[in-house]
Structure formats: structure tokens, C-alpha cells
Design a binder for this molecule. Structure first.
Ligand SMILES: NC(=O)c1ccc[n+]([C@@H]2O[C@H](COP(=O)([O-])OP(=O)(O)OC[C@H]3O[C@@H](n4cnc5c(N)ncnc54)[C@H](O)[C@@H]3O)[C@@H](O)[C@H]2O)c1
Length: 402
């Protein structure tokens, strides 16, 4: 939707197709279901943004950008179902002269080996009758300093002409376009970016588990290392990786690597370490309760912040959910406060007002540090606090930091 709104704001006529009829109805009604797009922004472009559940509407457009989900199966293998369904439906309406760009995060080879053959079932030939390219989505939800406009857009075309065509299109909404030689290079670029984050987060998380035993404050160490003006990039420890990208995308690369008799050991190790973090955090919570003479069973525990990162309401793969499940299994009486997440239906919980979350609470666990929350007040009001984000000072005697 942010992409569609950007093009419409630039004056282009945009057609949006989604299989989810509710989303189509929301957009038609001028209601945005994406936090980065306000209702006003959406309403402002509605005359130029038409939405539908029918692929037939795409026959009239010059370019089709595919942004469907690329999740994992239950066995943690790439699930290209939505992408293949989308490609099949598009093949039925593809018209000579159109440009097709895949934006979904995926393994190298998807555009050429999976998307292209399905689109050619239309009887049209890629690179000759229609243009084809891959350009990864790089948006960071909730971020305002880097947007679609000022985040360089990487493009890999099937042919030079495909890349030129895609560059001309994205140049309308992006200040800078970076061309790479093939769709595969563009596909791997996105995975490198995400694997880089995943590996570096895992490294600092591994150190956090070690420093916990050594009695060293990991935050102090990270703060000090970050003063080095070169050769170090700051990554903070935390309760594990969340969101729809970092916990998912590395598996796309590992899966593909196996086809080439290669193992992506850094990638897999990072996933393993990051998956351990919620268990480590629950062990800390147990220790914090123990210090005040309580067991987890029957203790009133408040989770502060349940989305996967500050300032947004997205709970996909959020480590808070795992922490809630683990504490519930141990018999804790749980409640949570998150100004961005009104309810967690899968846990049968609704967000308590901040005031209530601190009242009669034995332990508060800061899982996601939203900027609008007064964390110091939590330290002053609750007997024991576990701070998984390093937002509270070590000077608070009742605070145990990650
Ligand atoms: N959201 C982000 O910030 C972000 C950032 C980088 C990369 N990505 C990548 O972009 C892709 C999409 O992510 P998202 O977060 O926008 O997913 P999403 O689930 O929010 O949106 C995808 C939409 O595609 C629709 N859809 C599913 N199958 C379809 C089909 N066959 N035809 C038409 N529509 C269909 C769904 O109904 C949904 O509305 C993923 O590969 C993701 O990894 C997303």
C-alpha cells in the first residue's frame, strides 16, 4: 500500500489488486490498515487509486509490481504459494509491452526460474514481449527518516531493456536507483541485508548470555565499543528477532544453498541463537522473582510492549509472544500494556491501561521499549523489573537488565 500511495501521489493512475476482499473494502472506504499510511494520505489519493480483487483490472496497466507475502511453511521452507498463485493469475491477463517487477523477499533464482515460466504461459516471451525485473522492498515500517523516496532502490533486470524500464518507473518515486546486473544479484542483495542484521544481532545476543554469567553489563560494553569511530557497527542485544523479515528471510537463503551443496552456517547459527533468547529472558524473569521470594506460578507479571519493535503495532514473530507463552506455561498471571497493540486474541489478552499494568504487579518485563512509555516510572512503582532493552539505568536496585 505505501508503494501504491507513493505512485498515486506522484500523479500516476494506480490499480491495486489484493485477494483479501476486506483490504480492498478498507481502501475503498479511505481507511488505511497500514500504520505508515494515514487515512488522510489514503483519502487524498483515492481518486487515482482504484482497488479490486480481480486480476482482470491489470490488463490496462503499463507496469505490475508484485508484493505478495513470501512466508515459510511449517517445516521452515520457503512457501512460494502466494507468489505462484499471483503469477498464474497475472499470466491470464498479461499484455504485450507490460513491465513486471517482483518486490517480495525471496531466494536468488525465483524471478527467473519460478516467476518467468509461469508468466510465459501467457504465450508472451520475457525480455521480448514483456519486461521483467526484481527490485526488493526495503521499507522499514515506522521509520520516518528513510522512506521509499530517499532509500536507494536496487533493481536487477532480466535484460538491459528490462532494467532501464524498471529504473524509469522507480525513478518517479525514488531519488536513487541502483542497478545490478541480474535479478539474482538483486534477490541476494536483500537477503544479504537481512542476514547481516540477523548475524550481528545474534553475535551480541550470544555475548549477552555470556556476560550474564560473567556478571558484566552487556549494555555498558556495547556503549563503550560504539565509541570506536571506525570498524564497529552498533547492534543491541534483545529478547530475540521479530517481524516478518529477519526471522524468516535467512531460511530462504539456507534452503537455496542446500541445492548447491553449500551450508550457510553463519545464517543458521544466528537463527539458533536468536531463537534461544526468549528462553534466556524467561530464566531471567524467574531469577528476578526468586530474588523477591516469589515463584513464577501465581506471580502477577506485566509485559510492557508486545510488538516486535518500538513505535509500531506489528506483532508478527514478536519475541514477546513466545515470552508470554512460556510464562503462561509456568503459571504466571499475565497482563500486558502496549499502546500500539489493543489485543492479543491468541493469548486471550487485551492491553491494560499503563496505570493498571503497574498496580498490584510483582514483576514488569520491558520487552519492547515504545518511546511514549515512561519506563522510569515502572522502575519506581513495581517491585521487580526485568529490562530487556537497556532503557533503565543500572542505578535502579530493583531492575535486572538483559
Ligand atoms: N512490510 C515490509 O515492511 C517489508 C519490508 C521488506 C520486505 N517485505 C517483503 O514484501 C513482501 C510482502 O510483505 P508485506 O509485509 O507487505 O506482506 P502483507 O501480508 O502485509 O501483504 C501482502 C498482501 O498480499 C496479498 N496477497 C496474498 N496472495 C495474493 C495473491 N495471490 N494475489 C494478490 N494479493 C495477494 C495479501 O492479502 C496481503 O494483503 C514479503 O516478501 C516481505 O518479506 C516487506
Amino acid at each position: 500500500m505505501p508503494l501504491a500511495v507513493s505512485f498515486a501521489r506522484s500523479g500516476l493512475e494506480v490499480v491495486g489488486v489484493d485477494v483479501d476482499v476486506r483490504k480492498v473494502q478498507e481502501i475503498e472506504g479511505g481507511r488505511s490498515y497500514v500504520e505508515d499510511v494515514s487515512g488522510e494520505q489514503l483519502a487524498g489519493v483515492l481518486p487515482r487509486l482504484r482497488v479490486s480483487t480481480r486480476y482482470a483490472s491489470l490488463a490496462e496497466v503499463e507496469a505490475v509490481l508484485i508484493c505478495v507475502p513470501t512466508p515459510l511453511t511449517a517445516n521452515r521452507e520457503p512457501d512460494l504459494g502466494p507468489l505462484l498463485e499471483s503469477a498464474q493469475a497475472l499470466a491470464g491477463v498479461l499484455v504485450a509491452g507490460q513491465l513486471v517487477v517482483l518486490e517480495s523477499t525471496t531466494y536468488p533464482g525465483t524471478t527467473r526460474e519460478r516467476l518467468l515460466p509461469l508468466l510465459e504461459e501467457s504465450g508472451l516471451s520475457a525480455g521480448r514481449d514483456f519486461h521483467l525485473a526484481f527490485s526488493p522492498e526495503r521499507v522499514d515500517p515506522g521509520r520516518t527518516d528513510f522512506t521509499l523516496r530517499n532509500t536507494p532502490k536496487v533493481i536487477g533486470g532480466l535484460t538491459e531493456a528490462c532494467a532501464e524500464r524498471a529504473e524509469a518507473l522507480y525513478g518517479i518515486v525514488c531519488d536513487r536507483v541502483v542497478r545490478v546486473s541480474t535479478p539474482e544479484a538483486a534477490e541476494l542483495t536483500k537477503l544479504l541485508e537481512n542476514v547481516f542484521r540477523s548475524v550481528n544481532i545474534a553475535l551480541v545476543n550470544e555475548l549477552a548470555m555470556l556476560t550474564d554469567r560473567m556478571g558484566i553489563d552487556i549494555w555498558e560494553v556495547v556503549d563503550a565499543a560504539a565509541t570506536k569511530p571506525y570498524g564497529f557497527m552498533r547492534f543491541d542485544p534483545g529478547p530475540g528477532m521479530g517481524g516478518h523479515c529477519l526471522p524468516v528471510d535467512p531460511f530462504y537463503l539456507s534452503w537455496r544453498a542446500r541445492e548447491f551443496d553449500s551450508a550457510t552456517e553463519f545464517v543458521e547459527l544466528a537463527g539458533k541463537i536468536n531463537q534461544q533468547m526468549p528462553y534466556h529472558c524467561v530464566a531471567k524473569a524467574q531469577r528476578a522473582l526468586n530474588e523477591i521470594g516469589l515463584s513464577v506460578k501465581g506471580a502477577r507479571v506485566a509485559i510492557i510492549g508486545v510488538s516486535y519493535k518500538p513505535g509500531v503495532g506489528d506483532t508478527r514473530e514478536s519475541p514477546a509472544l513466545k515470552i508470554i507463552s512460556l510464562l503462561a506455561e509456568l503459571g504466571a498471571e499475565l497482563h500486558y500494556h502496549d499502546p500500539h497493540v489493543p489485543a492479543l486474541p491468541e493469548h486471550n489478552l487485551t492491553s491494560s491501561p499503563f496505570e493498571d499494568a503497574l498496580t498490584d504487579t510483582d514483576l514488569a518485563i520491558i520487552v519492547t521499549a515504545h518511546p511514549t512509555i515512561d519506563h522510569q516510572e515502572i522502575a519506581e512503582r513495581v517491585g521487580a523489573v526485568v529490562d530487556l532493552r537497556g532503557v533503565l539505568s543500572r542505578a535502579n536496585a530493583n531492575v535486572m537488565r538483559l
